[in-house]
Design a protein around this ligand. Structure first.
Ligand SMILES: *[C@@H]1O[C@H](CO)[C@@H](O)[C@H](O)[C@H]1NC(C)=O
Ligand SMILES: *[C@@H]1O[C@H](CO)[C@@H](O)[C@H](O)[C@H]1NC(C)=O
Ligand SMILES: *[C@@H]1O[C@H](CO)[C@@H](O)[C@H](O)[C@H]1NC(C)=O
Ligand SMILES: *[C@@H]1O[C@H](CO)[C@@H](O)[C@H](O)[C@H]1NC(C)=O
Ligand SMILES: *[C@@H]1O[C@H](CO)[C@@H](O)[C@H](O)[C@H]1NC(C)=O
Ligand SMILES: *[C@@H]1O[C@H](CO)[C@@H](O)[C@H](O)[C@H]1NC(C)=O
Ligand SMILES: *[C@@H]1O[C@H](CO)[C@@H](O)[C@H](O)[C@H]1NC(C)=O
Ligand SMILES: *[C@@H]1O[C@H](CO)[C@@H](O)[C@H](O)[C@H]1NC(C)=O
Length: 776
């Protein structure tokens, strides 16, 4: 019963909710995310079931004017978008009063393929016949992420389209088996259309109409080039000669046109070629209105030497004049370029100009290089150069050498030089006589000369080496003679900023560093240093700069942070500029090195003292272990001086010991046996205690003996000494006395046994004495 009620209740609720859902339909904007062709129109509908009242639209957030939209009825509103060009636009429908967004959609556009071009061409290396390949290219604006399938369709007028090739995302495709041969012969237009297709849209390009003749690319011509005297001859064959051809011949940077009538063979003469120069020539051809073929393979030819191009530019410099009037002359000329084929020989010959036009020729000289030295006397001379190629005269030139003292020759005056950016400008005043030109020669090393002939009275000299001093001479030329040369003051092509640094050194301490540097040898053409700037720092913050007088080449940098890394460089400042040294890095020390040295010395001294003290102690201790038994038999009996005196003596003895050198003690320890025999030492003790030395007493003691001796006995002896109650035996036997520290040690060790030991000592002394008596 209850169950039944429950079921009823459930049905009731579900039906009410369904009816409510139907009456309260959701608001929406349709169509959802449409794609439209760029430039086309579209309509978007807003279904505003969920609200009452009017709506408005926005595109990318901009409210649309009411003229764009129309309201159909209370629940449907339409916006018409015309000529949409944006790639992507967000269109939203809003409730009028509340501005709530009721819905939206994204409109995207696509464009159709454009600029379709096709060519009909040959496969590489194909032999002939009709072209095998048909390649089309086109353009399309699209996002890179879009996957577009392209298909190329071809049709002849009034026939259906057929697919010839397709590609994905690539705006080019080639058909390998298009049978255009049929089309070529047929009259009529042909057209190609490109279809672009994606998941969302499909679009066709405008048809591209063509005449097969106009898209045919012929094969590249076969070229042959010959170098002839003074020109090049290019000859080429085209694959088809039945049509009119347009050809272009390219050599180096030039292009020449040539039209070939049907049946004409390709050939062209290239004039005005330079002698002995490599030329790269290629050719291409095309039918009328058709695309160019590929450029043919480049042919390289070396042009022949043209006699007219040979310019020897013979010149001479008088290098040295000797007292007897003999002069050494350097003749110089421009060699035939080495690229020219053939064997070239240069002969130079001087001949003196005697009175009455007589010529006295010197023997000819064969010159190996493009300069040759000659010796001539003080008379005027003519120097002649002849060049032979493969034995035949190719060219000749001559130059005049004035006689010594020939001063009535023209000469230029008022020479001015200046240099700017590596170019020397030179000018002068023309001589009063008529001259046909001037020869300018210049050198920076006196060996290699440059020279040129000009007509004007000023000229720039370029192509110079930087920072070099040049000697420039101007010589007027008149008739077939030369005037007198005038040399300009030596001038630098450029002036270097300053000499360069050769070294930079840093001597580091904890808070200071001594920076010193050396400069390379100053050149004629380097600026005079005004001062140096030393720039240093840790790399954190700006560098500190110190200016140093040009006369000094070092500086002590102070107030540095100990134990830090620094970098330093030096700048040499001249009026003409500045040059910088390399950057040097250094680390300041943690402590002052002098302090460290002192610390080391003191430390070493302390260590040595401590060590020696320890050593002495050890030696003394060992010595007491080995102390020989005193021999009363060797003692002389004498009265002890009074107590006060005894004490004084003891003190003296102590002093005496302490003055003993460490080395002596060490020596004793090492050669224990010999040390006991040391006479000096016996004298020492003797002088104090008035003990008569006796050879019998000084018998060596074996080590075994030493080891068997009781340490307590040794210390007792010591104890008695320290207490000032020295027995005559002890004083006599103790050739080696203990140091104070040993005494102390023993005192503490043995103080408790004092009385007992004194007793046994007395006993022992007695026995010893008796034995000695027996032995005596
Ligand atoms: C409003 O117009 C649309 C489209 O013409 C139509 O489908 C819909 O039924 C109309 N609604 C009313 C309430 O007339
Ligand atoms: C061929 O195309 C041209 C221009 O596109 C047109 O004028 C001509 O009428 C066309 N010929 C035929 C046969 O369709
Ligand atoms: C594009 O072509 C590829 C291969 O032919 C095919 O798999 C794909 O479905 C095509 N895409 C569209 C959008 O036509
Ligand atoms: C051009 O053809 C002629 C004969 O047909 C041939 O002798 C000549 O070598 C060819 N020239 C070139 C550059 O191939
Ligand atoms: C050669 O022809 C091309 C085009 O055919 C033209 O642009 C060019 O000016 C011509 N050159 C000469 C030197 O006639
Ligand atoms: C340039 O001329 C000067 C002045 O006579 C001379 O001392 C110097 O050697 C010449 N230099 C060269 C490189 O010829
Ligand atoms: C100088 O002028 C003469 C005649 O004016 C001319 O023949 C000659 O070629 C000129 N020389 C130079 C180097 O310009
Ligand atoms: C030192 O000179 C350098 C460059 O010449 C500059 O960058 C730096 O600021 C200067 N330092 C000071 C403290 O002037």
């Amino acid at each position: 019963m209850y169950c039944f009620l429950c079921v009823l209740l459930l049905i009731a609720t579900s039906t009410t909710s369904v009816s409510e859902g139907k009456s309260k339909k959701l608001c929406n904007v349709v169509p959802k995310d449409p794609y439209i062709q760029v430039g086309s129109d579209t309509q978007i509908v807003c279904e505003s079931f969920c609200v009452h009242g009017s709506v408005y639209w926005t595109v990318d957030g901009v409210v649309l004017d009411h003229s764009w939209m129309s309201t159909i009825n209370s629940t449907h509103s339409i916006v018409s978008l015309r000529n949409v060009t944006r790639r992507k636009a967000t269109v939203q429908c809003h409730r009028d009063h509340t501005r709530d967004v009721l819905g939206g959609t994204i409109v995207r556009t696509y464009s159709k393929p454009s600029k379709v071009v096709c060519i009909w061409h040959y496969r590489n290396g194909s032999s002939g016949g009709v072209p095998e390949l048909f390649t089309c290219t086109w353009e399309q604006l699209a996002e890179a992420s879009e996957k577009i399938n392209y298909t190329v369709l071809i049709s002849r007028s009034n026939t259906s389209q057929s697919e010839i090739c397709s590609s994905q995302n690539v705006r080019k495709c080639t058909s390998k088996d298009v049978h255009l041969s049929g089309y070529v012969t047929l009259v009529g237009n042909h057209s190609v259309t490109v279809r672009a297709k994606t998941k969302h849209w499909e679009v066709y390009s405008d048809p591209y109409e063509f005449n097969p003749h106009h898209i045919l690319q012929i094969r590249c011509p076969k070229l042959n080039v010959q170098a002839l005297y003074g020109h090049l001859l290019a000859k080429w064959n085209t694959s088809t000669s039945s049509n009119k051809h347009y050809c272009q011949v390219k050599y180096n940077q030039e292009v020449l046109n040539k039209t070939l009538e049907p049946g004409e063979k390709g050939n062209m003469t290239i004039e005005n070629v330079k002698s002995c120069t490599y030329y790269k020539v290629s050719v291409r051809c095309a039918w009328d209105k058709a695309p160019w073929s590929e450029w043919s393979q480049e042919q390289t030819v070396l042009s022949q030497l043209n006699k007219n191009d040979v310019k020897l530019r013979l010149w001479r410099k008088i290098r040295e004049s000797y007292k007897n009037g003999t002069r050494k002359i350097d003749a110089m000329w421009t060699e035939i370029p080495s690229a020219c084929q053939g064997t070239f020989k240069y002969f130079i010959q001087a001949s003196a100009n005697k009175e009455r036009g007589m010529q006295v020729a010197y023997p000819q000289t064969l010159c190996e290089k493009s300069t040759c030295a000659l010796l001539v006397n003080q008379e005027a001379h003519k120097v002649k150069l002849e060049v032979f190629r493969n034995g035949t005269l190719l060219a000749e030139d001559s130059v005049y050498v004035p006689a010594v003292g020939e001063t009535d020759l023209p000469q230029v005056a008022n020479m001015q030089t200046s240099s700017r950016k590596g170019v020397i400008l030179i000018s002068w005043d023309a001589p009063s006589q008529f001259v046909r030109g001037y020869m300018i020669d210049w050198t920076h090393d006196g060996c290699r000369y440059h020279w040129k002939e000009i007509n004007s009275t000023s000229t720039p000299l370029s192509g110079l080496l930087d920072n070099k001093p040049y000697n420039v001479t101007v010589t007027p030329l008149f008739g077939d003679k030369t005037g007198l040369g005038t040399r300009a003051l030596r001038i630098c092509s450029t002036v270097a900023a300053a000499a360069n640094f050769s070294t930079i050194m840093v001597k580091v301490s904890d808070k200071s560093a001594l920076v010193s540097w050396e400069m390379q040898r100053k050149d004629v053409c380097s600026g005079v240093i005004v001062h140096y700037i030393v720039s240093y720092g840790t790399g954190h913050g700006a560098n500190l700069n110190v200016t140093v007088n040009a006369t000094k080449q070092e500086i002590l940098l102070k107030d540095l942070i100990p134990y830090s890394q620094y970098s330093v460089y030096v700048k040499a400042v001249a009026l003409t500029g500045a040059s910088e040294s390399n950057v040097r890095h250094f680390n300041t020390k943690r402590f002052d090195p002098r302090f460290v040295t002192q610390l080391c010395v003191i430390g070493t001294i302390i260590i040595v003292l401590v060590l020696s003290a320890g050593l002495c102690c050890a030696i003394q201790y060992r010595k007491f272990l080995q102390e020989p038994l005193p021999n009363p038999g060797l003692s002389s009996v004498a009265l002890w001086p009074s107590g006060g005196q005894q004490k004084g003596l003891f003190l003296f003895r102590q002093f005496n010991y302490s003055s003993e050198s460490i080395c002596a003690r060490v020596y004793m320890e090492e050669s224990w046996q010999t040390s006991t025999l040391d006479p000096n030492r016996e004298e020492d003790s003797g002088s104090v205690f008035t003990v008569k030395p006796d050879a019998h007493d000084e018998r060596p003691h074996g080590p075994e003996e030493t080891s068997t001796q009781s340490p307590s006995r040794e210390c007792t002896t010591l104890l008695s000494e320290s207490s000032g109650q020295l027995s005559s035996y002890r004083s006599q036997g103790s050739v080696k006395s203990p140091t104070r520290s040993t005494e102390k040690e023993c005192q503490t060790l043995l103080s408790d046994k004092h009385e007992q030991l004194t007793a046994s000592l007395a006993m022992y002394v007695t026995v010893d004495m008796f034995e000695q008596d027996q032995g005596g």
